[in-house]
Each structure stands twice: as structure tokens, then as C-alpha cells.
Write a protein that binds this ligand. Structure first.
Ligand code: ADP
Ligand code: MG
Length: 329
């Protein structure tokens, strides 16, 4: 491979749809130079996606780009940060122009929507992988963290849960019976909409927050552990989409999917009683729904409930929780 072929790929990335005023120097020099707004702190997050591990070789380049950026945007959303700048390390087995063109198309669409500017990166040869770093701003001291949940706080999730896993099941070969429904769920898997506006709206309201990337019961443990608290979840309050309910053989299957489905990129957060009213009015402005699914308590464990009765369901994320539970006692 000649250097020129790599230059060609860099050319794709040099054509940026977003041009921010706080970028003094973007792609093209040895470093990018940016200006953090007065009174703000930087929030920085990185995700790596390796072909065969984090995405299938059959996934379209555009979907892969969307997922890479969406997962980083979701991390910023969970901190209440406003996205700004992105850098991209791309490793490709060969300089595949068609793949790069598709990748740039998927990236640019989402980047434009959230006004994220690609300010640099690196392009190397090797097994296909994508490492993306996203920078955002958050007013000084106002970031949402995982360690602020208190007994009595209410537990919420945005959107609906379980759809991403249901979509992945089709990607992995589940027979399609209803084309439109399968398409809806596959779209939920590949094209998650990170809750960026909702995350910022939660500043000053939520006592703790996290985004759901490994599944609700797996991710909520991070809040419980960091905050030194426990929680109960009422599974009858889990928000389920019509598509998911139509897709499963029983209500319980849908509830279990909602508890364990990863890559949902919804937010899970806790709210003190006194801010519940503010939460409702604030979220209305963002157009995002949030469901109250339970409450934080002082028990140091997670309990699933249905109509006031404890459940003893076995879930993949549940076992993991028991490990975490034992190493903190
Ligand atoms: P250097 O040798 O100084 O690291 P490169 O030749 O690797 O420079 O890159 C030239 C310019 O292109 C740099 O500004 C770099 O940030 C940018 N760049 C390279 N690859 C990418 C990429 N995949 N995405 C965005 N910018 C990139
Ligand atoms: Mg380089």
C-alpha cells in the first residue's frame, strides 16, 4: 500500500460538515487546538469497536459509524455534558474507499445533528477497528456522576427497553415473521438515538446517572456500588415498546429482555423526591419520556419485584451483580 492510498482516506475525513467556532485548528496539523468555554470542564470518553467482537463483518459501514459515535454520545449524555469535538483512530486491513465513504456518511449524519466536529485522528493498517474519543463541555461541578444516589431517591429510565436485543436477535438470524416489526427493532439496534438533550436537562435534578450499554441490571449495579446503596425495581413498570411486546411469546420474556438488553443507550438515573415535579416539566421540553421503575434503599442489594412481591428471576446480569455484591461486603 502506498502512502497515497492512505492520503486518499484522510481526504475523506478532511471534508467535515461541521465547523465549530471553538475549534481554532482542526484536521491537518500535528494537533488540533480547541477552546473550552469559560466556566466549563471537559468531559472526555473513548470507545473501541473491533470487527467480530463489537460489530459483525456484515454490518454496513454507515451503521458501524453511527454506533461508534452514538455510544460515545451516550456516555457524554450520562454525564450531562454537551458534545463538541471528536477524534478517530481507524485501523483498516486495506484502504477500502467504499467502506470509508459509507463510514463518513453514517458519522457525518449523526455528527451534524449534534454539532460534533471531527478534529483529528489516525489511520493505520491492521485488523478492522475503530477507536473514537469524544470531548464535551459541562458547567463546572455540574457533571452527573454515579455516586450520588441516596435511599428514598426514585429510579428512572428514559425511552423503552429491550428493543436493541430483540433487533440483534434478527441480525443474528431469527426468522422474520413481520417485516415492518423486524425492521423497527433492527433499527433500534443499529441506530440508537443517544439521550443527549435529556442528559443535560437532568443536571441539578438527578442525583446519579449512567447510560445503559451492558443492560439495565448490569449497569444499575455501577450506581448502587458507587453510591453504597441498594434498590428495588418493579418489573411491571419497565417501559416496553409495542414492537417488543408484539415480538415476544410472553410479557415475562419482554420484561427479561428489558432488564438485560445491552446497547440501549437509554439513561438510567435517580431523582430525590423533592425534584420529581421539576423532572416532569423539564423532560417535557426535551420530548423524551422517562418511566419511574423503582426506588433506592439502604439494603446494599438489588431486588426485583412484581406487584409488591419479590421475584427470584435468574438473569445474566444478575449473576454479575452477586459477584459485585460479595466483593463489597
Ligand atoms: P501525523 O503523522 O502528524 O500523525 P497524519 O498523517 O497521521 O499526521 O494525519 C494528518 C492529519 O489528518 C492529522 O491532522 C490527523 O489528525 C488527521 N487524521 C488522520 N487520520 C484521521 C482520521 N481517521 N480521522 C480524522 N482525522 C485524521
Ligand atoms: Mg498519524
Amino acid at each position: 500500500m502506498t502512502r497515497n492510498e492512505f492520503d486518499l482516506i484522510r481526504d475523506y475525513f478532511a471534508r467535515q460538515p461541521v465547523s465549530r467556532r471553538d475549534v481554532a485548528l482542526g484536521i491537518g496539523d500535528d494537533c488540533a487546538i480547541t477552546q473550552v468555554p469559560e466556566g466549563c470542564q471537559l468531559a472526555i470518553t473513548t470507545d473501541t469497536m473491533v470487527e467480530g467482537t463489537h460489530f459483525l463483518a456484515t454490518a454496513s459501514a454507515s451503521d458501524v459509524a453511527h454506533k461508534a459515535l452514538a455510544s460515545n454520545l451516550s456516555d457524554l449524555a450520562a454525564m450531562g455534558a454537551m458534545p463538541a469535538w471528536c477524534s478517530l483512530a481507524l485501523t483498516l486491513p486495506e484502504p477500502d474507499e467504499a467502506w470509508v465513504a459509507g463510514f463518513c456518511q453514517g458519522f457525518s449524519a449523526l455528527a451534524e445533528y449534534f454539532q460534533v466536529q471531527l478534529i483529528g485522528g489516525d489511520t493505520t493498517r491492521g485488523p478492522k477497528s475503530i477507536t473514537m474519543t469524544l470531548h464535551g463541555h459541562v458547567p463546572h461541578g455540574k457533571a452527573l456522576t454515579r455516586d450520588g444516589a441516596k435511599p428514598g431517591d426514585w429510579l428512572y429510565v428514559t425511552g423503552t427497553l429491550g428493543d436493541s436485543q430483540a433487533g440483534l436477535n434478527y441480525v443474528l438470524g431469527k426468522p422474520v415473521t413481520d417485516e415492518a416489526r423486524a425492521a423497527t427493532l433492527i433499527n433500534r439496534h443499529y441506530r440508537a438515538q443517544p439521550r443527549v438533550a435529556a442528559g443535560q436537562a437532568l443536571r441539578g435534578i438527578a442525583s446519579a446517572a449512567i447510560d445503559i450499554s451492558d443492560g439495565l441490571v448490569a449497569d444499575i449495579q455501577h450506581i448502587l456500588k458507587a453510591s453504597g446503596v441498594g434498590a428495588s425495581i418493579d418489573v411491571t413498570q419497565l417501559p416496553l415498546s409495542e414492537a417488543l411486546l408484539a415480538d415476544v411469546d410472553s410479557y415475562e420474556t419482554a420484561q427479561k429482555l428489558a432488564l438485560t438488553s445491552g446497547e440501549e443507550y437509554e439513561l438510567c438515573f435517580t431523582v430525590p423526591e423533592m425534584y420529581r415535579g421539576t423532572l416532569e416539566t423539564t423532560l417535557k421540553h426535551t420530548g423524551v419520556t422517562a418511566a419511574c421503575i423503582g426506588q433506592i434503599n439502604g439494603s446494599q442489594s438489588l431486588q426485583l419485584m412484581a406487584d409488591g412481591n419479590p421475584l427470584d428471576w435468574t438473569l445474566s446480569g444478575w449473576d454479575h451483580f452477586k459477584e459485585l455484591d460479595s466483593d463489597r461486603s
